[in-house]
Ligand binder design. Structure first.
Ligand code: FMN
Length: 156
């Protein structure tokens, strides 16, 4: 299996999990970055994120990637107001996932997955979307084992 690990991260939790996935799968890392980075001030970004989600805004990305060679996409997002972060929505809307498998991993501040699995399925044209891994904040000391178990369960 040729895996791409595509993730967005604002405070670093999802990036940390993506790096663990990279260690486990030997996949290729791709950071989904908005062309205009979010403000380092958390409250400012929270306000902006809330507005972007309410408006269905999809921020342009700094960089695209070619999905052609990969069979599986491990897709990482933080839970932002019970859905995917807006740059992840852009990534899903702008790519064709025909005959690809998406395995989502979600970090959250206590709100769990929200409606993230359904939102990914609705946007990812052509993909088979498997069950999401749900991680509280940075996943703590169990993050590596939990990620490895979940990848095994997902058939990787
Ligand atoms: C704009 C914004 C909205 C958030 N909304 C939620 C939420 O609705 N539920 C929740 O559990 N956590 C929420 N969080 C917390 C993050 O999901 C959590 O801290 C996550 O691990 C951050 O991942 P990151 O470090 O990769 O950005 C929110 C964080 C931000 C910045």
């Amino acid at each position: 299996m040729n895996a791409l690990i595509a993730y967005f991260s604002y405070t670093g939790h999802t990036r940390g999990i993506a790096q663990k996935m990279r260690g486990i799968t030997d996949g290729t890392l791709f950071e989904i970055r908005p062309a205009i980075p979010y403000d380092p001030d958390y409250n400012t970004t929270e306000r902006q994120g809330r507005k972007e989600i309410r408006d269905g805004y999809r921020p342009p990305l700094a960089q695209q990637t070619d999905l052609g060679a990969c069979d599986v996409i491990l897709l990482g997002t933080p839970n932002w107001f019970n859905t995917i972060a807006p740059p992840v929505a852009t990534f899903l809307a702008e790519n064709d996932f025909t005959s690809k498998i998406i395995i989502p991993f979600v970090t959250n501040g206590g709100g769990g997955l929200g409606h993230i699995p359904a939102d990914i399925k609705a946007l990812a044209r052509g993909a088979k979307v498997l069950n999401s891994l749900n991680i509280y904040e940075d996943g703590g000391s169990d993050a590596n084992n939990n990620s490895a178990d979940w990848l095994k369960k997902s058939g990787l």
